[in-house]
Design a protein around this ligand. Structure first.
Ligand SMILES: NC(=O)c1ccc[n+]([C@@H]2O[C@H](COP(=O)([O-])OP(=O)(O)OC[C@H]3O[C@@H](n4cnc5c(N)ncnc54)[C@H](OP(=O)(O)O)[C@@H]3O)[C@@H](O)[C@H]2O)c1
Length: 179
């Protein structure tokens, strides 16, 4: 089944959390520097489609502006959504969603949200993970990985350390069928 290339681009704390227990991401401020986006805009320009978990979607809806103009957006949720930007809802396995997005022309998907990413890993459909580690311990929070993630091996294809202490590593899945 053909599918788009699937990338993850996410920031995690030193202890592997992507948000506080209440969903807050204020701790990302500790690496905020004028004019430095840690490669986010360049990455964003490469993707044509987003597949995001409902909690990430709800966070994004609280932003002053919709950040995904011009991209297809699929929201993973068991509940209805009130689309204001052409986004669609999807429940269940990612593989059929990716196949149908591919048939529509999607070639590079940005998979975002902790649970959404874990589902992609469980289905073996994540090709690339760009993980930025932020120099803060949260203690408690929402994890990026948990016991639901199957074992897999990744190749480090890029690594960059920034003056702020953030380290961005790009990992490519080994032994995954080509997208
Ligand atoms: N650090 C970062 O760079 C970064 C990046 C992105 C997000 N975040 C933060 O991380 C938090 C969100 O991550 P998260 O792991 O809590 O949640 P998430 O993955 O964004 O969303 C989880 C929700 O998505 C729905 N869902 C997921 N997979 C599904 C499937 N296959 N079918 C149907 N529904 C599915 C479920 O919602 P329902 O069943 O309730 O519909 C589930 O509760 C937010 O606080 C966000 O701000 C941080």
């Amino acid at each position: 089944m053909s599918r788009p290339f699937v990338s993850v681009f996410i920031a995690q704390s030193l202890d592997g959390h992507i948000a506080r227990e209440d969903g807050a991401i204020d701790w990302l401020d500790c690496v905020s520097m004028p004019g430095e986006d840690y490669g986010y805009q360049a990455f964003h320009e490469q993707v044509d489609t987003l597949v995001i978990g409902r909690k990430t979607y709800d966070t994004v809806l609280g932003f002053p502006e919709w950040p995904f103009d011009g991209k297809r957006v699929a929201v993973l949720t068991h509940r209805g959504i009130a689309p204001r930007h052409g986004e669609r809802a999807h429940a269940g396995a990612l593989a059929p969603l990716l196949a149908s997005l591919h048939a529509e022309g999607a070639r590079h998907v940005y998979l975002d949200g902790g649970m959404a990413i874990r589902q992609g890993l469980a289905e073996n459909v994540v090709d690339e993970m760009i993980l930025s580690t932020v120099p803060v311990l949260l203690g408690r929070g929402r994890p990026l990985f948990d016991g639901s993630v199957p074992a897999s091996t990744w190749d480090l294809v890029d690594s960059r350390a920034y003056a702020s202490g953030l380290v961005r590593n790009t990992w490519r899945a080994r032994d995954l069928p080509p997208a």
